[in-house]
Design a protein around this ligand. Structure first.
Ligand code: SF4
Length: 489
């Protein structure tokens, strides 16, 4: 058997039936060693992007950059790499390629030399008018080096007629549409910004052990703070721009109407790490509550509740507690697929999901099983897992999903297939159940999901979250898509 080393894109035959996280960002403002801290933060945010990673630091005299393809531990594995990134200020980025192919030139942070000095930008999310802006920038003579939409920020800042960095930055973000959490570094300041609806997460933290009182962290999720020993200060608000410089932290709200928030509800369902806290809500507890709502809404008599690991675990615990049915780890997930594995022959491809999941016959055989998963994308994984559970001796398999049916694509930074490839877009629940081969299939309702997040129910006039992949109610215009400037996957 041949041993091969291959990239996560080459593993798409395993992973193309999952939503993929977008990206993670970190920013550090302290006195020294920003690169090590940034790498620790990026490591904690690895679940948000596994294809590439990069750090830019500033040491008071010059900027330093290192970017590479692979996991954080691979890109920053050599201590000489961190040593080559001196300075107390830095920004970093983990990439999952939602726009632009995976090539080194697309790896963030992006850096440019401007008339005011060096400037680096990294962002998480997706701009929905990037192609339109790019067309206009190219007509004005801008030369794009990458195919990622993040470069649009660089050119908008470069051509802005304002004189200072902040005004140029605000001029740029006022021209973009989309979902973004953004970190940027100039020689004088660290800037962090969230889009006006706060679709993607971004938090502010403080480094307590630093010699300097004025030591700050910004990151996509609170789990990054734990890895650095930093304290949580607060969520950065929708539409807020935070400026950190030698005078401390300043906050500005450049958007006139930034009162409503439409945070991505799917961060609670699947994307965020369970130990993170978003909007004062523990992601883990939110997932348990979603499981409890699911149990209330689609109860079925059974012997055991089994999660599809890893993301189905908290919801399954919540389901089991609410239904008084024992929770068991009936499926074991391998965490070691991805770097070196057997040659992907057709035979291996056909094994598909079995590379990643194995059944634990001891807790499944002869039982009526409730399987809990976070979502159904194309349905191929669900079908194979149901088959595996039956093959392990389950007498009944009831599939319960801790989110409403995913009927629509995401254009705000989550990698989803085109609508027509989403099983729930083309099939009724009964048809899906038949196709997947389960004895029954149930989804938590949108109202159940909102209740789990401590809302009464979805406010249809003024929804509290972005839930467009369930409802089709897109809160930010899809300019490029509507003008057919982006291709469907
Ligand atoms: S469309 Fe879905 S995945 Fe995308 S931001 Fe909205 S809720 Fe999140």
């Amino acid at each position: 058997m041949t041993l091969f080393s291959f990239s996560s894109h080459e593993l798409d035959f395993i992973d193309d039936d999952e939503f993929h996280e977008e990206c993670g960002v970190v920013g550090i403002w302290t006195t020294q060693d920003a690169a090590s801290l940034t790498a620790l933060g990026l490591h904690a945010l690895q679940h948000r992007g596994q294809e590439a990673s990069g750090i830019v630091t500033y040491d008071g005299n010059q900027f330093h950059t290192h970017r590479g393809l692979g996991l954080v531990g691979e890109v920053f594995d050599d201590p000489r790499v961190i040593a080559s990134l001196p300075g107390g200020m830095g920004i970093g980025h983990n990439r999952y390629a939602t726009t632009g192919e995976t090539q080194l030139r697309n790896v963030q942070p992006l850096y440019g030399d401007f008339e005011f000095g060096g400037f680096a930008v990294a962002h998480n999310g997706n701009l929905t008018n990037a192609q339109l802006l790019k067309q206009s920038l190219v007509r004005r003579g801008c030369l794009f080096q990458s195919s990622t939409d993040s470069e649009v920020f660089i050119h908008l800042i470069a051509i802005s007629l304002y004189s200072n960095v902040i005004d140029r930055f605000i001029d740029a973000i006022k021209q973009v549409q989309g979902a973004y959490s953004l970190v940027a570094l100039s020689k004088d300041m660290l800037i962090a910004a969230r889009d006006p609806l706060g679709v993607r997460p971004l938090i502010l933290g403080k480094l307590p052990y630093s010699q300097d009182e004025n030591s700050w962290v910004v990151a996509s999720e609170t789990c990054a703070l734990s890895s650095m020993g930093a304290d949580f200060v607060r969520d950065i608000e929708p539409g807020e721009v935070i400026i950190i410089d030698h005078d401390g932290v300043r906050s500005i709200h450049p958007f006139a109407d930034n009162t409503s928030s439409r945070f991505c509800i799917f961060e609670y369902v699947y994307f965020a790490r369970p130990d993170s806290v978003i909007e004062n809500k523990s992601v883990y507890m939110a997932r348990k509550k979603i499981g409890a709502e699911l149990a209330k809404e689609s109860h079925v008599e059974a012997d055991v509740v089994v999660p599809v690991p890893d993301s189905g675990v908290p919801a399954a615990i919540g389901y089991a507690e609410a239904s008084n049915i024992p929770f068991e780890l009936g499926i074991i997930r391998s965490h070691y697929i991805g770097r070196t594995f057997i040659e992907p022959t057709d035979q291996i491809r056909n094994l598909g999901v079995k590379l990643k999941h194995a059944t634990n016959r001891a807790v499944i055989s002869g039982k009526r099983v409730i399987l809990i998963d976070d979502s159904i994308v194309r349905g191929t994984t669900s079908k194979k897992i149901v088959e595996m559970v039956r093959a392990a001796g389950a007498t009944e398999v009831h599939l319960r999903i801790a989110s409403p049916p995913t009927q629509h694509s995401c254009f705000y930074g989550i990698d989803t297939p085109a609508e027509e490839k989403l099983l729930a877009h083309t099939h009724s629940i009964d048809e899906m159940c038949k196709l997947i081969g389960a004895d029954s299939l149930g989804f938590v309702s949108a109202d159940g999901l909102y209740r789990a997040l401590q809302e009464d129910k979805r406010n249809n006039q003024n929804p509290q979250y972005c839930d467009a992949c369930f409802t089709g109610d897109y809160p930010i215009p899809l300019t490029d898509h509507d003008m057919q400037l982006v291709k469907s996957k």
